[in-house]
Design a protein around this ligand. Structure first.
Ligand code: NAD
Length: 486
């Protein structure tokens, strides 16, 4: 199968959006390679301290104007932006495909979700209000005002920057903040394109600034006194460095981190659906999803049969060109991540891993791209490192559990707490187990989506704070109290 090159004329024109669309600059150029065949997509200028300083100046300059824009005007502008996202949906899908090898015919929901994030949060722009606080014993009038933090610095990873953009910027804007988003040089294009659309929608210059970059820009943002709140999506190790950097100015930080989420499969599950969700965990976005249920805990009474059905399905997944309608699974987003996953697989092999499927890259026509086969590992006692560490790739470990208590104990036996999954048709089991799982999100019976109106975030080492719904808006507001003696 030959790989169809992405349509490069669809890519955004900008290298940075700092107030306005800019070309050139940065501390160096990065050769962005299309992950399906490692061909050069385009050279990407990488932001350094200079771009961070300029973006902070632009965001601070825009802040009074945006903060004081009447809430109904904010709402209208955000709705216009959402409409433009929909109208440019085909192009946005091409851009996402080019930046990280996303499968073109599977990307409609990205467009829908992003537009929906701006529509949903636009609805809050004119509904943010404070409260009156009852006072005693003396006469006084006491009330609260929910105010924007100011300039929000947003650091996002490469697996779905198009969604991170809406998840953070939409509620931050609705709350009256201005934003600087830093995607990585591995996947810079969707954020730049959305930034261009925002300007076209009439959102004032400086409200949304986009500066693709890596560690240098990330560190500069983390320590910048002109940034009032940071929101970081990424790995726990980087989060530790961000917290240390943010300590300099005591900048508050929201964290959306990784996971090693468990899926508990009970004997009364919807069998086909449960098999499919376990295998699709390794397949969808090539497993590069923070909420992936990458530990499948299966009741011992059905373990052997369930494992066999998963194995059969995983070995027959069509892998290949992200622009072909017959493709179900695409490549890993970039070379560094591909190498990281391959070295984890090699290590698992050295530990004696029992691979039910995959465990290796795809050869043949796909050899030049970053393709790894969907990998299921039979690891009954969870002995392998790969069954405990986040892979962020197409790998699911399977292990049996004895009864409900054993299943819950094994599911919670991790430093992470992002998501947990239950496959059972017994409503009592579902509610009882959901209450016992130590995770920010419990998804039941094949549920995989994150509704715009619901809170999303992690327990334990999977994060601090929530995105989504009113909980997401509150992340970008701070409460002032006014107390008036009467
Ligand atoms: P990463 O931690 O390497 O990088 C994330 C961001 O931080 C990038 O923008 C990167 O350039 C920047 N960065 C890196 N080092 C930095 C430093 N020292 N100072 C400041 N910024 C720095 O993560 P990644 O490899 O890009 O993404 C994978 C991770 O992201 C996984 O752990 C995954 O679970 C997590 N993730 C979480 C969510 C969520 O919503 N919880 C969503 C997607 C991905």
């Amino acid at each position: 199968m030959s790989i169809v090159a992405p349509k490069l004329d669809m890519l955004p024109k900008s290298d940075f959006i700092i107030g306005k669309s800019l070309n050139g600059g940065g501390i160096r150029d990065y050769d962005h390679l299309y992950p399906a065949d490692a061909s050069l997509t385009r050279k990407v200028p990488v932001a350094g301290k200079e771009e961070v300083d300029a973006a902070v100046r632009a965001a601070r300059a825009a802040l009074p104007g945006w903060r004081n824009t009447p809430p109904n005007e904010k709402r209208k502008l955000m709705l216009r932006f959402a409409q433009l996202i929909r109208e440019n949906g085909e192009r946005l899908k091409r851009v996402v495909n080019a930046e990280n090898g996303g499968i073109y015919h599977q990307l409609d929901w990205f467009v829908e979700w992003d537009a929906d994030l701006f529509e949903y949060n636009a609805g809050y722009a004119d509904k943010i209000c404070g409260e009156v606080v009852p006072i005693w014993p003396q006469q006084a009038f006491d009330y609260t005002i929910d105010e924007p933090f100011g300039v929000i610095g947003i650091l996002v990873p490469w697996n779905g920057p198009v969604i991170s953009f809406g998840q953070m910027i939409a509620p931050a804007m609705a709350g009256g903040n201005t934003c600087i988003i830093k995607p990585t040089e591995f996947a810079p294009f969707s954020c730049l394109f959305l930034g261009e659309l925002a300007l076209e929608a009439g959102i004032p210059e400086g409200v949304i600034n986009v500066i693709p970059g890596n560690v240098e820009a990330g560190e500069a943002m983390t320590k910048h006194p002109g940034i009032d709140k940071l929101h970081f999506t990424g790995s726990g190790n980087t989060a530790r460095k961000i917290l240390a950097g943010a300590a300099e100015n005591l900048t508050p930080v929201g964290l959306e981190l990784g996971g090693k989420s468990a899926r508990l499969v009970f004997p009364d599950c919807d069998w086909e659906q449960a098999v499919q969700t376990v295998v699709m965990t390794a397949v969808a976005n090539a497993g590069q999803a923070c909420i992936a249920g990458s530990r499948a805990l299966v009741h011992e009474s059905i373990y052997d049969r369930f494992v066999a059905d998963c194995q059969a399905m995983a070995n027959n997944i069509p892998i290949g060109d992200p622009n072909s309608t017959s493709t179900v699974m695409g490549p890993i987003a970039h070379r560094l991540q591909y190498d990281r996953i391959m070295s984890m697989l090699d290590h698992a092999r050295s530990e004696g891993a029992d691979f039910l499927s995959g465990g290796e890259s795809c050869g043949g026509d796909l050899e030049s791209g970053y393709f790894i086969k969907p990998t299921l590992i039979n690891d009954p006692e969870a002995k392998l490192e790969i069954s405990r560490e986040e892979v962020f790739g197409p790998v699911v470990s399977l292990m049996p559990f004895k009864d409900e208590d054993d299943g819950v104990a094994k599911a919670n036996d991790t430093v992470f707490g992002l998501a947990a999954y239950i496959e059972s048709t017994n409503i009592k089991t579902v509610h009882r187990v959901a209450a016992k799982l130590d995770a920010g999100n419990v998804l039941v019976n094949g549920a995989g989506g994150l509704p715009t109106a619901a809170p999303f975030g992690g327990h334990k080492q999977s994060g601090v704070g929530r995105v989504g719904g009113i909980w997401g808006i509150r992340e970008f507001l701070r409460t002032k109290n006014v107390h008036i003696a009467m």
